[in-house]
Design a protein. Structure first.
Lengths: 114, 111
């Protein structure tokens, strides 16, 4: 089966610019996650969707980050305006519902903010 | 303090065994996962253990769980150069099924 797809793989922008990342989860996976992984750290959950509804966005800096999952499939994560500290790898993952269900990760988008 | 703690670095000779240790705080975690991250890649699930087990073996991988001490370990037998990566211990949180990640252990395999 196809894995989680993300694009772009790399993005370099200047601070105060905007950027958007795209994720296509594994077909049939109801749950979709966006993580931020800063260099030298583990992934930090930004937002979790179940179908097209937000389950948890408590760690999402809502003044500059937004995410949507229209039609419960693809998702986009946007940063506007970007700050230097947003430089990180943004990982998308998907899973089926419930406990004990493996999260499948995409390759990530590496964002560099100059 | 952190929910999950791991030592940051491990260097091992090719062919030897690697042991990566992890301590966690959520004593009610039902599933505890080990993920591997190679350079420039996402996380790949290596193995997991259910909380009612104290050991699980899967080919070269052995997971040990000490629930009393909230300690998890991953042993890789006959470590190969392809095992060089960052390894994350990720207990599933009992209240919402989300994963808690530590900073990861960077394993370097030397010839």
């Amino acid at each position: 089966e196809a894995g989680v797809a993300q694009s772009p793989r790399y993005k370099i922008i200047e601070k105060r610019q905007s950027v958007a990342f795209w994720c296509n989860p594994i077909s049939g996976h109801a749950t979709l996650y966006w993580y931020q992984q800063i260099l030298g750290q583990g992934p930090k959950l930004l937002i979790q969707f179940q179908n097209n509804g937000v389950v948890d966005d408590s760690q999402l800096p809502k003044d500059r980050f937004s995410a949507e999952r229209l039609k419960g499939v693809d998702s986009t994560l946007k940063i506007q305006p970007a700050k230097l500290e947003d430089s990180a790898v943004y990982l998308c993952a998907s899973s089926t519902l419930g406990t004990g269900n493996e999260q499948f990760f995409g390759p990530g988008t590496r964002l560099t903010v100059l | 303090g952190e929910d999950v703690e791991q030592s940051l670095f491990l260097s091992v000779r090719e062919g030897d065994s690697s042991v990566i240790n992890c301590t966690y705080t959520d004593s009610s975690s039902t599933y505890l996962y080990w993920y591997k991250q190679e350079p420039g890649a996402g996380l790949q699930l290596l193995t997991y253990i259910f909380s009612n087990m104290d050991m699980k073996q899967d080919q070269r991988l052995t997971v040990l769980l000490n629930k009393k001490d909230k300690h998890l370990s991953l042993r890789i037998a006959d470590t190969q150069t392809g095992d060089s990566a960052i390894y994350f211990c990720a207990p599933e949180r009992s209240n919402d099924y989300k994963l808690s990640f530590g900073a990861g252990t960077t394993v370097t395999v030397r010839a």
